[in-house]
Design a protein around this ligand. Sequence first.
Ligand code: SF4
Length: 439
Amino acid sequence: MDMQKKLYLETFGCQMNVSDSEKIVGLMQGIGYVETKDSAQADLILLNTCSIRAKAEQKVYGHLGKFKSLKESRPGLIIGVGGCVAQQEGEKLLKRAPFVNLVFGTHNLHQLQDMVRGAEEGRRSSATDFIDDEARFDLFLPHGREGSVSRFVTVMQGCDNFCAYCIVPHVRGREISRSAAKIVDEVRQLTASGVTEVTLLGQNVNSYAAKNPGEPDFADLLRLVAEIDGVKRLRFTTSHPKDMSQRLIDCFAEIPKLAPHIHLPAQSGSDRVLKAMNRGYTAGQYLAKVSALKKACPEIQFTGDMIVGFPGETEADFQATLDLMQEVTYADLFSFIYSARPGTAAADLPDATDPAEKQARLERLQALQKKVTLERNQSLVGTVQEVLVEGPSSSGECLFGRTGGNRATLLDGDEALAGELVKVKVVEGLQTLLKAEPL
Ligand code: SF4
């Protein structure tokens, strides 16, 4: 009989949550839990929630309802909620969902082991205090899923930008950067355990250490991390276009390990809408950064985020967004219809656009992007790329990896290649992936 305690974890939202979930798995392994993909088998169910979209709280309560009957049939089951909705709701969540054992906010992962142990003894708890200094980062280390070749390393957290639509500064707190020495230490530890690709992570990495005099800026931090022997490939996300310096752009020409890919969210192509969003740049300024990046690194691939139907967006504004997309030619784009988040500056703006019109605009935008993505993938056929092999593909029939430009790629080869950079020739460009042959 299998006596190991099982954890079922669901993650919603951005890469910061994905990264936090890796740490949660590591923390729970530390107190005897192994991960399961089957919630019916779990002794501990954790939801790592996101509040970026409308009605996020209701959706979390709805989702939790699915686990209520499980709890009724197995009273010892522990249910916990973390992430941005937990941060907003706190104690309220324990009251509204009496079958939930614990609620942990975005700054409280370090308390999670104790909270789960307490729940095992029948105690319910909530922890949502912000920790507004660098000590926060030390509390999270060094935990993560075993065995992966690619890992996130948090370099800063929080945000001071207050884009008019965004809840992040309210649920993740103000911007705080971690010391370069500690980041380098963590990367060294990861490479010693077999990790070969690191992604430096933060809400806006471009303003890394802006408030820490004496620390290197983000461009110099990239150089420090690239010097570590075991690092074969380096990435970063996310970048605010207004803080993208020429020094950082030059890194793409000067640091061979830096992958030729950047996630650079524009959000709109209309100057009027960008101003209303409080983004701090015009479409022209955004495009100037794009062309400087293309000049520094001609093979660079762009991904981004776009919001459709921001309050007051006209057809002309929307057309400007399509125009900007045509000029950038994103490899991929995450696009959403604007949804008001209570407490943000845009929440009370008058919004006369018909929801059906917003939906139609989103569909037009996504159709354009689908075409561009396929064209870009097809244009890579015949080229030589470097793929970092992550392991077997989901079907198990071949290997899965990613090009420097972050294109998902299938290739033949031995599983022992996991973690290695392999030179391949692209033989097919499909909508969502490339097929390639090792050289
Ligand atoms: S830069 Fe803007 S969109 Fe990004 S996290 Fe900060 S407030 Fe949100």
